[in-house]
Design a protein around this ligand. Structure first.
Ligand code: PLP
Length: 381
């Protein structure tokens, strides 16, 4: 009998998605900013406490909006981790800005706040933090640094929907935040994202930039009698079918998060022994962080051949993945950005990291197969 394949991710659907999409079809409202989009905006604002939530067609798009909102000029610098997805950097590079990479913390793999100040130059305009695995960066220290130096803070909270730091929702803490609803994230709409504009002064410009640089939103609210081209913008909004899908997911966001947290906790418990044996390190969640179980990763002990471990697990039809070739060592990262200081932890930890399958509906039996495949792969080392 052949083993059932256990994929790294399997998108979860609540079952209400098609119902909402049918309703949007019947209502003949297919472009953006219809009733479903408005419901999603209200939900996001209520859940996060942000002044303004705006759906976008991806987190990448929301980050591009952030770069436009910050009025970045060629040569301006944005401090960020190198250990992140390409969109964190691309969004700013598109405006001619320079990503300045800083090393990460050993515990959370997030930007090390203690290294930020030394990387600031007269060209620095912003700090872009990434809440890796939905676990918050040390935001109080980062906000204090930004305040001292007159910098803006952008949160790449792509992985952080439903996570919080000291009770504050990720994405709502800096000046601007960005969520992702990509199929691989916790709450999904295929492709999708949202911008959170937390600084009330940026809200009106955010609406304009998202609507091709026009004041169309104000026109529809009856605040102006015609709409015109106000500034540089683009089309960043999703259509209603995407919003209708997302609405089903948002309504179940809490149940989805709880289910993932239970799976996460089960991994954490089961892998304590391998950690005690010195074969791996489990994730560390600081006291101030409530995470959303976006990811369960392990850091293999130094010297273990990760490629061999991954291959042995795949031989058991279990499909873990690794993460992020650090941007400072990628071809475009070398061309468009620069590293400030040593990237030792970024290089080392990214080489040791393995992400285990985690999805709603994984179930205990499949999860046990993942755990045993990992244990066996490590034992045969
Ligand atoms: C997924 C992800 C993105 C991109 O999200 P999209 O919605 O696919 O554009 C950006 N940053 C981080 C850290 C991510 O994990």
């Amino acid at each position: 009998m052949s083993l059932e394949k256990i994929p790294f991710n399997r998108p979860y659907m609540t079952g209400k998605e098609f119902h909402h999409i049918a309703e949007a079809n019947l209502g003949q409202m297919l472009a953006g900013d219809g009733p479903f989009t408005k419901r999603c905006h209200a939900w996001l604002e209520e859940r996060t406490g942000s002044s303004k939530a705006l759906l976008t067609h991806s987190c990448t798009a929301a980050l591009e909006m952030c770069a436009l909102l910050l009025d970045l000029q060629p040569g301006d610098e944005v401090i960020m981790p190198s250990y992140t997805f390409v969109s964190t950097a691309n969004a700013f590079v598109l405006r001619g800005a320079v990503p300045v990479f800083v090393d990460i913390r050993e515990d959370t793999l997030n930007l090390d706040e203690r290294l930020i100040e030394a990387a600031i130059t007269p060209r620095t305009k912003a700090i872009a933090v990434v809440h890796y695995a939905g676990v918050a960066c040390e935001m109080d220290s980062i906000l204090a640094i930004a305040h001292r130096h007159g910098l803006k803070v952008v949160e790449d909270a792509a992985q952080g929907v439903m996570s919080s730091y000291k009770g504050r929702a990720l994405g709502s803490i800096g000046d601007l935040g960005a969520f992702s609803f990509h199929e691989t994230k916790n709450v999904i709409s295929g492709e999708g994202g949202a911008l959170l504009a937390n600084d009330p002064e940026l809200v009106m410009r955010a609406e304009i930039i998202r609507e091709k640089g026009t004041d169309r939103s104000r026109f529809f609210r009856g605040q102006v009698d015609k709409y015109t081209w106000q500034e540089v913008g683009s089309s960043f909004l999703p259509g209603e079918l995407t919003a209708a899908f997302l609405w089903a997911q948002l309504q179940e966001a809490e149940a989805i998060t709880n289910s993932r947290l239970a799976t996460w906790a089960r991994y954490h418990h089961a892998l304590a022994g391998l950690e005690a044996d010195g074969l791996l390190r489990r994730p560390i969640i600081p006291q101030d962080c409530q995470h959303n179980a976006h990811m369960y990763y392990v850091l293999l002990a130094p010297g273990i051949d990760r490629q061999a471990v991954l291959q042995r697990m795949r031989d058991e039809e279990v499909y873990p993945v690794f993460h992020y070739v650090p941007l400072h060592s990628s071809p475009a990262g070398e061309r468009y950005g620069r590293a400030h200081g040593s990237m030792q932890l970024t290089d080392e930890l990214s080489n040791r990291l393995v992400r285990l399958p985690l999805w709603c509906g994984l179930g205990d039996e499949r999860q046990d197969r993942v755990i045993s495949a990992l244990s066996t792969a490590l034992a045969r080392r």
